[in-house]
Write a protein that binds this ligand. Sequence first.
Ligand SMILES: Cc1cc2nc3c(=O)[nH]c(=O)nc-3n(C[C@H](O)[C@H](O)[C@H](O)COP(=O)(O)OP(=O)(O)OC[C@H]3O[C@@H](n4cnc5c(N)ncnc54)[C@H](O)[C@@H]3O)c2cc1C
Length: 294
Amino acid sequence: MTKHRDTIIIGAGLSGLVVANKLSRTFPTHSFALVEKDRTTGGVIRSFVDGGFQAEYGPHGFLDNCQESRDLLTQTGLDKECVKAPLSTFVRYVCIGGKLQMIPQSPLKIIKAPLIPWRDKVKVLGDLFKKPLGGEPTVAKWADYRFGKALLPYVDAVFTGTYAGDYNELKIDAVMPGVRALEKQYGSVIRGAIVKARLAKKQATSVKKLEMPAMTSFPGGMQRLTDKLAESLSPGENLFLNTQASGVTKTASGWQVTSSTASFNCRNIVFALPLNQALPFLGMLDSSLPSTHI
Ligand SMILES: Cc1cc2nc3c(=O)[nH]c(=O)nc-3n(C[C@H](O)[C@H](O)[C@H](O)COP(=O)(O)OP(=O)(O)OC[C@H]3O[C@@H](n4cnc5c(N)ncnc54)[C@H](O)[C@@H]3O)c2cc1C
């Protein structure tokens, strides 16, 4: 059975849901369908309660320092429900050696905190005197070079928690371009952070106090966001769950998307997928693109 839509969005995680939301608000007559292989929407965003604690399988929140995120909250009415933890008061705990350790959120506080022995703290301060590391080092290599080995378990925990990736493979330039820029511009991350903080303080007028971004979530967890975005979708009409897209081909009038349950003819396709899941499709469209994991 072939269905016709103006746009097919492959993947109903946050990216696909936001595209669908934007399309229906901006072009109400434009027809679209979200094709999702799972039985639910939301992708990696999934909240649950365990032993009375609100927990997340994926992201635990997002920063409110991006206009698009703030607009999305207002448009969906979720701005009235969301809960915010300003970064100035935000704390992370990491379980190391069976003990919860608080990870302060600024380089200076990290140095003051009793996380590592004093001799290792001196190594952290070595950052002030080291040249920027050349090339495109991994997070682990870069953090080891700048701050020494003692901080590595904490860096590992923070990056695993944020990117669900291996810090021996993640490149520092890709995941923390701002921090890398501080290193390059000021010759040291610590010095750069201090200069930036001073500048920001100076710029904050007496009327508008210096505002730190806030980590934002919802009383029932992050899934509230994707559930809310999915609320207006109609299964079988513009949402196809349990439907794995398996191929895309060019047709005279646009594209055909084949899937485990139906075929879709469309003028536009949005791959709302993580890169490695999108690559097989891109490889079908352009043989010069890598179609395997990168
Ligand atoms: C553990 C973890 C923690 C994170 N923490 C944070 C955080 O604290 N703050 C933050 O801002 N970001 C965080 N992120 C990143 C953020 O969650 C993601 O960037 C975002 O949710 C990705 O959404 P997405 O829709 O692009 O991808 P996904 O959520 O991966 O959605 C892709 C969807 O496509 C579907 N799909 C895949 N292949 C097909 C196919 N062939 N056919 C049909 N459907 C298909 C999948 O089933 C999935 O539903 C975290 C990520 C992870 C994994």
